[in-house]
Structure formats: structure tokens, C-alpha cells
Design a protein around this ligand. Structure first.
Ligand code: PXL
Length: 269
């Protein structure tokens, strides 16, 4: 048996298993990648309050402890890829950015979770600004959704594939990272269109819109985790983006329903 590559996710727990660290570990495992987690926060939706977010941050010292033991156990040759999901507070962002500056990772995949479904845009402006200032410059691969693309690119609206391409270019210029900007269901047409931009290429990735009008949660986490897993397995960034999109499409086709008002991606499809 060959030893698997190791990947780290720095992410929050979403108790029902539809998002966050749970999704990242399942996605890593499906790719044959050994996963470890530094937990940043615990999210429990509130079924009594329209499934809103109950959010508890993990103490900054505890986050630093987790990162210390992980990076001590696995050296830079064994653990090259880190995926960053929900950080949630400026203090957490500074702690994580400090750890990333101290220990260089070969690949830093950033899912720039600004607000979750159901949160008010602008509710966490200080967190958004801290993420842009401290973590975005460290990223080598960024996966913004429609809203995050507007925010990171400084655009008022993104209504067409051309707009999304412009946003992806601006985020690439700002960060130096490869960018996979996700149009999702927000652009018109029958296809879910994503735009990939790096220093060498601009590519449009299309797949039919799935989900039949039902909200599907966890697609963003699954996509970024699949990119991280493919990079850990040695893919080039664009190959990783294409393979990750296929992985998410299969997972959405096989999605899981529950008593929650949204379906979730099944990574085992
Ligand atoms: O999908 C974004 C996300 C990421 N991480 C955690 C979450 C959510 C959305 O609910 O709870 C922990």
C-alpha cells in the first residue's frame, strides 16, 4: 500500500454534516487523502428559528494548539496542502494567518466564506475585511461564490459570464492565486457556469443546473475540499478545478434530503 498524501482543513463544524469540516474530511477520504482538522467554530442551525445559525467560536489559543500539533506531526513534505473554510471572527483570522505565515504550505486553498446562507450581507464586515487583508494574500487557490466574487472584486453586480470573468481576473490580480469563481444558480441560463483564471489561462466550466429549485448546501465546501484533495494528489490547478467540479456535480445529483429546508451534497456518490 502506498502512503496517502495528508491534507489539513481549517474549518468550522456544522453539526448535521452538510457543510464545514465534516464535508472536508468526507471529501478528502473519497479521494484517498488522509485528512486532519483544526476546528475554528461550531455551528448548530436552530430548527426553532428558521434554521438560523447558532455560532460559537473556538478560543484562539485552542486553534493555535491544534495548528501546532498538526504541523509538528506532519512536516512540510508530508503535509503540503491546506484548505481554509469558515473562520468566523477577526481574532480567528489573525490566529490562522499567523500560523500560515510561520509554516509555509505549498498550496493554500481558500473558500472565502463571508456569510452563510441565511445571514445578512454586511453583518460581519470586520470579518470580511480581515479575511481580505490577512488571508487572501496567502492563498494560492480561491473559490469565491457569486456574492463573494462581488465582494472580493469590488463589483456592484455580476449578471453575466463576462462579469464573472472580470471578477475572477480582478481577484487573481489582487491575490496572485488561481481563482475558480462560481456562478451557481445566480447567472441566467440552464447551465451552472464557473470561471477559472490563473496567470496562464481563462477557462469557462459549464454543467447543467441541478437541484430542481431545491437549495443544496455544502456544494462550496465540497468543491474547495475536492480541489485541495486533487492538489494533494499532484494535479495541476486547472486539472484540480475541473475534477472538483465533476465531483460536486455527482454529489449534487445524489443529494440527501432531510427535515432541514435544504438538501446536502453526498460526497460518497
Ligand atoms: O457553507 C458555508 C459553511 C462553512 N462552514 C460551516 C458552515 C457553513 C454554512 O452553514 O456552517 C461550519
Amino acid at each position: 500500500m502506498q502512503t496517502p498524501p495528508v491534507a489539513l482543513t481549517i474549518a468550522g463544524s456544522e453539526a448535521t454534516g452538510g457543510a464545514g469540516a465534516q464535508v472536508d474530511l468526507k471529501t478528502f477520504q473519497e479521494h484517498g487523502v488522509f485528512g486532519c482538522v483544526a476546528l475554528t467554530c461550531i455551528v448548530s442551525f436552530d430548527p426553532q428559528a428558521d434554521w438560523g445559525h447558532r455560532f460559537v467560536p473556538v478560543d484562539a489559543g485552542v486553534i493555535a494548539d491544534q495548528l501546532e500539533v498538526i504541523t509538528t506531526a506532519y512536516g512540510p513534505e508530508q503535509l503540503e496542502v491546506v484548505k481554509i473554510g469558515m473562520l468566523g471572527t477577526p481574532v480567528t483570522i489573525e490566529t490562522v494567518a499567523g500560523a500560515l505565515r510561520e509554516r509555509a504550505f505549498g498550496q493554500v486553498v481558500l473558500d472565502p466564506v463571508l456569510i452563510c446562507k441565511g445571514q445578512e450581507p454586511g453583518a460581519a464586515l470586520d470579518t470580511d475585511n480581515a479575511l481580505k487583508e490577512h488571508v487572501l494574500p496567502l492563498a494560492t487557490f480561491v473559490t469565491p461564490n457569486h456574492f463573494e466574487s462581488m465582494s472580493l472584486a469590488g463589483m456592484e453586480s455580476i449578471e453575466t459570464v463576462e462579469d464573472l470573468t472580470e471578477a475572477a481576473r480582478r481577484i487573481h490580480e489582487r491575490s496572485g492565486a488561481a481563482v475558480l469563481a462560481k456562478g451557481g444558480v445566480h447567472l441566467p441560463g440552464d447551465d451552472a457556469v464557473d470561471v477559472y483564471v490563473d496567470a496562464y489561462r481563462t477557462e469557462i466550466l459549464s454543467s447543467p443546473k441541478l437541484g430542481g429549485g431545491v437549495q443544496v448546501a455544502g456544494a462550496g465546501c465540497t468543491l474547495a475540499a475536492a480541489v485541495a484533495a486533487r492538489l494533494a494528489l499532484g494535479d495541476e490547478p486547472f486539472e484540480a478545478a475541473r475534477a472538483a467540479k465533476e465531483f460536486v456535480t455527482r454529489g449534487i445529483e445524489a443529494r440527501l434530503s432531510s427535515a432541514a429546508p435544504f438538501d446536502v451534497v453526498w460526497q460518497g456518490a
